[in-house]
Design a protein around this ligand. Structure first.
Ligand code: COA
Length: 183
């Protein structure tokens, strides 16, 4: 069965083999990938990422949701949304998204975050959801803040990201905070 989440303007669905070229477009755009900590450095990495996403979608006790973002009105592929449950802790997950540039600044990331939080704290019954971003990625930080996640600190220069030492900002929201905010 194909998994999907819906937002006001988007469908977030399991990926298919037909998404390969679009994911390749994301991977080849340095402006999109500048701050992204997913290794899609060549076509082999892209194919591996997609194959992993497709096989994870079939897994029993699914822990990873790597979803295609599609504009409902047109069906166009707009990017990738992620919800990764920590396989050891099981009650914590990371969320994130990558959009093609023509879809930036239209409120889509905020819509996606809202939907991932609703799914994570609803059907998945998670206790904690976090997002992390490059300290230079002000767009991503703003999305997380706007979504109600609290800034928890920065890991200084914790990873070499293609051309710079990335410092990583962490944001999180707890189930109780989420429920209190929705009253
Ligand atoms: C980060 C990203 C997902 C944001 O998506 P988006 O759909 O443009 O974000 P939204 O339209 O929902 O904007 C949410 C808030 O962020 C702000 N924002 C968006 N882009 C911004 C930018 N470049 N600089 C500063 N603020 C920005 C918006 O103004 C809005 O805040 P406001 O309501 O107070 O005005 C998108 O820029 C992207 O895909 N970037 C490339 C991949 C990436 O870096 N992903 C994150 C990896 S951690």
């Amino acid at each position: 069965m194909v998994f999907s989440l819906t937002t006001e303007r988007l469908d977030l669905t399991d990926m298919t083999g037909g998404d390969l070229l679009k994911i390749r477009r994301i991977a080849r755009d340095p402006g999109v990938m500048r701050y992204v900590l997913i290794w899609l450095e060549n076509d082999e990495d892209v194919a591996g990422f997609l194959n992993h996403a497709i096989s994870e979608a079939q897994a029993e006790g699914r822990m990873q949701y790597h979803l295609a973002i599609r504009i409902r009105q047109t069906g166009a592929f707009a990017g990738i949304a992620l919800l990764d449950i920590d396989p050891v802790l099981r009650t914590t997950a990371e969320v994130g998204c990558i959009l093609l540039p023509e879809y930036w600044k239209a409120g889509y990331a905020s819509e996606i975050l809202e939907s991932l939080l609703a799914y994570g704290f609803g059907p998945l019954a998670l206790h904690r959801i976090f997002g992390k971003c490059d300290a230079l990625n002000s767009a991503s930080a703003r999305v997380l803040e706007k979504g109600g996640l609290t800034y928890e600190g920065t890991h200084r220069e914790d990873v070499w990201l293609r051309d710079h030492w990335r410092s990583t900002k962490y944001y999180a929201i707890l189930a109780g905070e989420y429920r209190a905010g929705r009253r």
